[in-house]
Design a protein around this ligand. Structure first.
Ligand SMILES: Nc1ncnc2c1ncn2[C@@H]1O[C@H](COP(=O)(O)OP(=O)(O)OP(=O)(O)O)[C@@H](O)[C@H]1O
Ligand SMILES: [Mg+2]
Length: 345
């Protein structure tokens, strides 16, 4: 008892929300210590060896702007690991950055992973963390962490429904008694919205814009329903006909048109889950509604858009970008909670 207290005092266990777009690390008792884009910049040397140049914000600034021998990579895409080597480097970097060197006890690490990762990918994530000095690695599923972070009582015998719209995937879960009763993951998230804007601008204005610009448009003027006041924004790109650089004005109405498809895909997936929810849990969802988490939940009017389609109350959680990280962090503090919901593999 005393020993575990002492160990508790000295150990700085970590929780990591390993997201397609952002990685957030919490240290037990300290809170969030890292909140950075999941981007790594590497220099390609002789024989294809990759040397780490930057990780996080600094690397994201380089996306789409690197010279020949430098590459800015998003190692996780559409909720799967696209590049194992770089994912491992990124996990190691974040763990080493958050783990105090004065601490001799190796940390336990809880990692929240995209729901769709295969056994091989899960093993790779675990091994990366072990190689970075973890004493023990526990993996948890994103919908559960999102629901806990959003404050839902997932251990109760009640239907709790959460829709986490991340960068790469949207994960829908109905949770009762700590377990996923129904769930679905689709490869539609913030990235698909950005891509839809790139495609729309190309088709309508003959203008080629980058993913970063598209993301800015989505965040600045993206709406899922008609807003009180329509907005406009100036964007720059390359004219596909003349090859010259030029600016155009894009409106929130056009942006809404651009993102119609991914919006519909999310709504369809939510409906599919609702159709298969056991009746007793459905009544709880009718009463309490659906909670949205993840950065995608910040698209203006997404709650009312979904609510209109599924005819149920829909809410955006507090700080949706942090919901999964907060949920994973709570598991660090409450071991019983962790034991009742961790992945057993
Ligand atoms: N204000 C905003 N409006 C619309 N979208 C936003 C806003 N802020 C962030 N986003 C989008 O949220 C997404 C990132 O969300 P989040 O950090 O939850 O994803 P992630 O956890 O890294 O991804 P995943 O869960 O799919 O692995 C990005 O696509 C980003 O463009
Ligand atoms: Mg996420």
């Amino acid at each position: 008892m005393l020993l575990s207290k002492i160990l508790g005092l000295f150990s700085n266990d970590l929780s990591i929300d390993l997201g397609t777009a952002n990685t957030i690390v919490l240290v037990k008792g300290k809170g969030i210590v890292i909140n950075e884009p999941s981007v790594v910049a590497v220099q390609i040397g002789k024989g294809g060896r990759k040397k780490l140049l930057a990780v996080g914000k600094e690397a994201k600034e380089m996306l789409g702007k690197t010279p020949g021998d430098i590459e800015a990579i998003r190692p996780l895409k559409e909720g799967v690991i696209a590049d194992f080597e770089i994912t491992e480097k990124m996990i190691k970097y974040f763990i080493q950055k958050s783990h105090s060197r004065n601490n001799f006890i190796r940390p336990r690490v809880i990692i929240c992973i995209p729901y769709g990762l295969t056994q091989v990918e899960r093993k790779a994530v675990k091994e990366s963390a072990m190689n970075a000095g973890a004493r023990d690695v526990i993996l948890v599923e994103e919908p559960k962490a999102a629901a806990i972070g959003a404050g839902l009582p997932i251990q109760d015998p009640k239907g709790n429904m959460v829709v986490d719209i991340g960068g790469g995937t949207t994960e829908i879960g109905v949770i009762s008694l700590g377990g996923l009763v129904r769930s679905k993951s689709i490869r539609v998230g913030g990235d698909k919205f950005d891509q839809a804007i790139v495609d729309y601008v190309k088709k309508k204005f003959n203008l080629l814009i980058g993913d970063r610009t598209a993301e800015e448009v989505k965040i600045e003027i993206g709406t899922a329903v008609v807003p009180e006041k329509e907005m406009k924004m100036l964007i720059k790109g390359r004219d596909q006909v003349t090859g010259l650089l030029k600016s155009i004005e894009i409106s929130s109405k056009e942006t809404r048109e651009a993102i119609t498809e991914p919006l519909k895909d999310i709504a369809a997936a939510v409906r599919e889950i609702l159709e298969v929810v056991p009746p007793d849990l459905a009544s709880d969802i009718v009463e309490n509604g659906i909670v949205l988490t993840g950065g995608g939940a910040l698209i203006r009017g997404l709650d009312s858009y979904l609510s209109k389609i599924v005819k149920l109350p829909v809410f955006v959680s507090e700080e949706p970008l942090l919901a999964v990280a907060k949920g994973t962090g709570r598991m660090l503090e409450e071991i019983e909670l962790l034991q009742s919901i961790s992945l057993h593999d």
